[in-house]
Design a protein around this ligand. Structure first.
Ligand SMILES: [Ca+2]
Ligand SMILES: [Ca+2]
Length: 374
């Protein structure tokens, strides 16, 4: 009925034109969710929910905060020494698969050291501190990207656990140096598969070809999201250059093309050959041109928004949007792109199936917003 009315008034034509120009931005009237501001933070980067519905939130400068379920109170559970210049800082935070018994929390941060800077994977245990609070103790660094290089960009540092809880996937960005993504000895520009102790996982696919033993896939740029879907497929998003942001289905041993193939072009205007069949590089399942600048990835499994079950949600930084990607088995297609009015860094699913987003702003301008069904 609505469709018919649109036809009658000619609005549908306008909608179609707008949709083409904006690259999958449907001209839906209003958003299909209610937004509630729950708290605000100083340059938050990542969050995750505890089984008791409280949240861990990381702030770029090194604070890990434990926030009450209603967002009204918070405590600092760790102040970490990080290198927070540029895109660096305290980054991802994810609970161990056996958190209920181990209290282990995995996190990532950038650090300075010999040769420059790099991203580090670490863990600690979140336990009561005696005086009523909680504290992240027994902190240990497990793995560092190789090599450390100069510069403050493209650390990546996202963490995901395999569905069986045995392995940890860790993303290492190419540090804005391009060619390391194709270098078999460097972990930069790669998806890594590690044991829960941060060691190379046994059976990684490229060892026989002379690659570093941690490497699962390569040819990546800046991987700011990685997550398994309910079928066990591993999805990854990465920031492309000028144009060419990607959602990739990650399979062991494959080369995803950076910097030799991209559907975008370099910022200096020079072209990069697009992905094409039989070029030896795995093409993205979805790409954006112009870009969305993907900052965080969540695959929805809740019941509050049943129409989106199994779909991927992406926080858009420069696009200031929340992006939905239709996942259907191993296929993906653009879904919605909602204007959020601020850079979105992180997307998370809450215990009741609500969708939570963290804005990217500093000076307490990084708001935590809960999205619920209307
Ligand atoms: Ca998260
Ligand atoms: Ca290109």
């Amino acid at each position: 009925m609505i469709r018919k009315t649109l036809f009658a008034t000619g609005l549908l034509t306008t909608t179609l034109f707008a949709s083409t120009a904006c690259s999958a931005q449907p001209a839906a009237a209003g958003k299909p969710f209610k937004e509630t501001v729950v708290a605000d933070f100083d340059s938050p980067w990542a969050m995750t929910f505890l089984p008791d519905k409280r949240m861990l939130v990381t702030e770029k400068k090194g604070q890990m905060l434990l926030v009450s379920a209603d967002g009204k109170s918070r405590q600092t559970v760790a102040t970490l020494t990080v290198d927070s210049a540029g895109q660096g800082g305290l980054m991802d935070v994810v609970l161990a698969p056996d958190f209920a018994t181990s209290q282990r929390v995995y996190f990532s941060y950038s650090s300075a050291g010999e040769g420059g800077k790099g991203v580090v994977l670490a863990r600690g245990r979140l336990r009561p501190n005696g005086g009523g609070g909680d504290r992240l103790g027994e902190i240990e660094a497990l793995f560092s990207a190789r090599p450390f290089v100069e510069g403050n960009g493209h650390y990546s540092g996202r963490i995901a656990f395999s569905p069986d809880g045995k392995y940890l996937f860790f993303t290492n960005g190419e540090r804005q140096k391009f060619t390391p993504a194709q270098d078999p000895k460097m972990t930069l520009g790669k998806v890594l598969r590690l044991t829960l102790d941060g060691k190379p996982a046994p059976g990684n696919p490229l060892v026989a070809k002379g690659f570093a033993p941690e490497i699962w896939s390569y040819g990546h740029r800046n991987l700011l999201g990685i997550a398994f879907d309910a079928q066990g497929n591993l999805w990854e998003q990465e920031m492309g250059p000028k144009g060419g942001d990607e959602v990739n289905l990650i399979k062991p041993g494959l080369n995803y093309g950076w910097p030799n193939a991209s559907n975008g072009s370099n910022y200096d205007g020079t072209d990069i050959p697009d992905h094409k069949p039989d070029d030896g590089y795995e093409p993205p399942k979805v790409f954006w041109n112009p870009v969305i600048s993907p900052g965080g990835l969540m695959i929805y499994s809740g019941s509050m928004f049943p129409q989106w079950k199994g779909d991927a949600f992406i926080g858009g930084l420069s696009s200031k949007s929340l992006v939905r990607v239709d996942l259907n088995g191993t296929n993906a297609a653009k879904g919605d792109q909602w204007d959020m009015g601020a850079r979105i860094r992180e997307v998370e699913q809450g215990p009741d199936g609500a969708i939570w987003v963290l804005e990217d702003g500093g000076d307490s301008q990084g708001r935590l917003i809960k999205l619920t069904a209307k």
